[in-house]
Design a protein around this ligand. Structure first.
Ligand code: 26Q
Length: 822
């Protein structure tokens, strides 16, 4: 009849189209003539949601039937990124959806960009949690992600006069089609007040916590699909609400204002994500948030045990609970409280269960990022937990004293309570004592943990310690973000790599095939053209896709050293101005990343970068060789356009400071070469891709420690480096601030006088490495070969590998296959 398969009555494309029109009408209540882009997005989202509910129900059914051992991943952050595209990929419906939309005159990409991404995280730690739940579902591991349903996620960053300005993130504005409220599983959480003790008839002592307020935790569930399997796990995020009973009580006293106010106070708990990472502030609301979601989650696990008739003493057999940093570490004390106070279990048995339940992942070595809570604050919010922590501590320190007879200095160091000066609860110590496994997130980081931050704990319990090098999901970061590359790779080696990333190795021989290289290069070029369009729209700057795209995107932090790159760009600028005929590989420097709103120095670094851009981009003497742009609002969505378009990945943290990094992995997978230090996972990336395909520079972690230990003097490096002196002098004299010599003074003074992150010590080495980069880029055939090898050898950095290791070494969980339900 001449009809193609897509015109068959029940072809996938046709069914999608029908379902879509159905939802446009019955869910959005619109005719095409009145429909907005948001309506179209929501209609498609609901169409996809219908297709995943089947899997969600059969998964829940299968897990319940088998009483499967389950991973509970506790994290204050899940930086999920948009769901629609990812779900289409995992369902295998992406191409069908594109087709059915285009048959309706709609462009799928336009609809995908309509989704407001759930930015419920700051950066690496939150995004890692998102990659992990993706991999757990793909590996068919029974798992739940537990966290907070923040009403406002990470702020939206805009640039005004080159400065960061924050806007609230109203991600729920148009509703969220991916979540389902489960009010029937709400739980009550107590806060504040005091404790009372009483004896029962048999003389047994009971502790009663009399809170001064309670809040209701309402779970909102989002299905998390595995890649082309039938698994749909759950992300369960808690929203705080006022308990109804309280409402009534106040209302009956005629205090309507008070009742409404109570509602406001309760809902505050899940109102907003704290936007500072790697720098903790002892804020009462933050502690309450942490306790809120942890208590909700542990109570939820107890409820699940009850419905599945699992006896309480098997808690650790039913659940493996992972603490994503110390943010949920209060869970150790909370589980003890639930088992002993609320379920009358004896201390020793409860403690045994608790330790077998928890694993703790550390994500930082920076002292300012280690959580400690002032004792008074802690007692005000969690009086009972402070008592429990004292009890844990007393028993623990007895053990320390026995083990290390007479070593009171060690006892002081290891105590869960810091008592020198103001007193604090040390959350990392609580997490260590309450867990059976402790891990860092890259080899170097795990080693430094053992030698430094957690040295005493490692000496006491060496077997508890391990390493789990981070990974990222190739579904979102290659298949979804880089469809062109995905097609090329799959054409060469099949599609297996999407689930088994090590298969990318099969690309190695293609690095020597000129045809394949040409295809690879053309894809990078097309991705760069796409990004150039975005840059033109967002920054008003025209960049040349044939220039080298040199990219640094990540949170703005002094230790990550965005300003080292800034200094070097000024160095290049200076070279070009003094020698107009200088041969230089044309470069476009692309920056992106948010600064914590209260981190003044980070905001000044953004201003420095935008200032350099303003000068460089309009200087006819250099603009053909140098462009500098700061792309506002770096997010998961923007990352998906940036990583595929990068030639060079900047991973330039001071060695020993970046626990792992994960952006470094996303770049390498997408064929960028790295310029980087011996820090975090850079070391392992270099080892995998080969030293000859990686631009290394800078001091090692050991050398940094030595240099600093010998009384580091940045001025000496300045005296010894003419270019660096010129760079500093240009900034000082207001060259990038219209003659204002004050603007960047805090930044310059900090560098010249302290330079806590050794920028000056690494400057020349960095500049030299960039010289090698420039030379290498000019040989485009060889660069392409190295680019292919970077991708081909990045298989280790799939979060599937990471999760398989957690399952084997820490969680002891097995996959459970979900049958197709018809
Ligand atoms: C804690 C208390 C109060 C307020 C905020 C915080 C807070 C919030 C977020 C502290 C730290 C964070 C985030 C840390 C983080 O993202 N760390 C990164 O984790 C990645 C995943 O393991 C690593 O790759 C990065 O190296 C590490 O910096």
């Amino acid at each position: 009849s001449g009809r193609g398969p897509d015109d068959e009555p029940d072809s996938p494309t046709r069914r999608l189209r029908h379902a879509f029109l159905h939802h446009l009408f019955y869910t959005q209540g619109k005719f095409p003539a009145l429909a907005t882009k948001t309506d179209y997005y929501l209609a498609l989202a609901h169409t996809v949601r219908d297709r995943l509910l089947q899997r969600w129900i059969s998964t829940a059914n299968e897990y319940t039937k088998n009483g499967s051992r389950t991973v509970a991943y506790l994290s204050a952050e899940f930086l999920m990124g948009p769901h629609l595209g990812n779900n289409l990929i995992n369902l295998g419906l992406f191409d069908d959806a594109r087709k059915s939309m285009s048959e309706l005159g709609l462009n799928l990409d336009d609809l995908l960009y309509e989704e407001e991404e759930p930015g419920l995280g700051n950066g690496g730690l939150g995004r890692l949690a998102a990659c992990f739940i993706d991999s757990l579902a793909t590996l068919e591991i029974p798992a739940v992600g537990y966290g907070i349903r923040y009403e406002f996620g990470i702020f939206h960053q805009t640039l005004v006069d080159g400065w960061q300005v924050e806007k609230t993130d109203k991600w729920l504005r148009y509703g969220n089609p991916w979540e389902l409220a489960r009010p029937e599983w709400s739980v009550t959480v107590k806060l504040g007040g005091h404790t009372e003790r009483m004896q029962d008839n048999s003389g047994q002592l009971h502790v009663r916590w009399v809170p001064n307020r309670t809040v209701l935790g309402v779970p909102y569930d989002t299905p998390i699909l595995g890649y082309r399997n039938n698994t749909a796990n759950t992300l369960r995020l808690w929203k705080a609400e006022a308990p109804e009973a309280f409402d009534f009580a106040v209302f009956n006293r005629g205090d309507y204002q008070g009742a409404v106010n109570q509602k406001v106070v309760s809902e505050n708990l899940s109102k907003v994500l704290y936007p500072n990472d790697e720098h903790v502030e002892g804020k009462e609301l933050r502690l309450a948030q942490q306790y809120f979601f942890v208590s909700c989650s542990l109570q939820d696990m107890l409820r699940i045990m009850k419905t599945q008739h699992v006896p309480l003493h098997e808690f650790h057999e039913k659940f493996a609970v992972q603490l994503n940093d110390t943010h949920p570490a209060i869970g150790v004390a909370e589980l003890m409280r639930l088992l002993t106070d609320e379920h009358q279990m004896h201390w020793n048995q409860a403690w045994d269960i608790t330790r077998k339940t928890f694993g703790y992942t550390n994500h930082t070595l920076l002292p300012e990022a280690l959580e400690r809570w002032p004792l008074e604050l802690f007692k005000r919010v969690l009086p009972r937990h402070l008592e429990i922590i004292y009890e844990i501590n007393a028993r623990f320190l007895d053990e320390v004293r026995q083990r290390y007879f007479g070593d009171e200095a060690r006892v002081t160091r290891m105590s869960l309570i810091e008592e020198t000066g103001e007193r604090y609860v040390r959350m990392a110590h609580l997490a260590c004592v309450g867990s059976h496994a402790i891990n860092g997130v890259a080899e170097l980081h795990s080693e430094l943990l053992k030698q430094d931050v957690l040295k005493d704990f490692h000496e006491m319990w060496p077997a508890k310690f391990g390493n789990k090098t981070n990974g990222v999901t190739p579904r979102r970061w290659i298949a979804l973000a880089n469809p062109r590359l995905t097609r090329l790779i799959s054409g060469a080696i099949g599609e297996g790599w999407i689930k088994r990333l090590e298969e990318l190795r099969q690309l190695e021989p293609f690095a020597l095939d000129p045809n394949f290289r040409a295809g690879w290069r053309e894809i990078k070029r097309a991705n760069k053209r796409d990004l150039s369009d975005v840059i033109r729209k967002r920054c008003g700057v025209a960049v040349d896709p044939s220039s080298m795209f040199d990219v640094q995107v990540k949170r703005i932090h002094e230790y990550k050293r965005q300003h080292l790159s800034a200094l070097h760009i000024i160095g290049l600028y200076h070279r070009l101005k003094t020698n107009p005929n200088l041969e230089m590989t044309p470069r476009t420097f692309i920056f992106g990343g948010k600064a914590a709103p209260g981190y003044w120095m980070a905001k000044l670094i953004i201003r420095l970068i935008t200032s350099i851009g303003e000068v460089v981009n309009r200087d006819p003497a250099v603009r053909d060789k140098l462009r500098v742009v700061f792309l506002p609002n770096f997010s998961v969505t923007n990352g998906q356009r940036i990583y595929p378009a990068a030639d060079l990945s900047e991973q330039i943290s001071t060695a020993g400071k970046e626990a792992s990094g994960t952006g470094n992995m996303k770049f390498a997978m997408n064929g960028a070469l790295t310029i980087g230090t011996m820090d975090g996972a850079n070391i392992e990336i270099r080892e995998q891709v080969g030293a000859e395909n990686f631009f290394l520079f800078g001091l090692t972690a050991h050398e940094v420690a030595t240099v600093r230990g010998n009384g580091y003097r940045p001025q000496d490096y300045l005296d010894g480096n003419a270019e660096l002196r010129e760079v500093i002098s240009l900034i000082r004299h207001g060259y990038f601030s219209r003659g204002d010599g004050e603007l960047f003074r805090p930044l310059v003074d900090s560098l010249v006088n302290h330079d806590p992150y050794c920028l000056f010590a690494d400057y020349q080495s960095y500049a030299d490495a960039h010289e090698r980069v420039g030379t290498a880029y000019r040989d485009s055939e060889d660069w392409t070969r190295m680019s292919i090898l970077n991708s081909a050898r990045s298989g280790l950095f799939s979060s599937d590998r990471t999760i398989a290791e957690y399952c084997r070494d820490i969680w002891n969980v097995q996959p459970v296959q979900v049958p197709i339900l018809s």
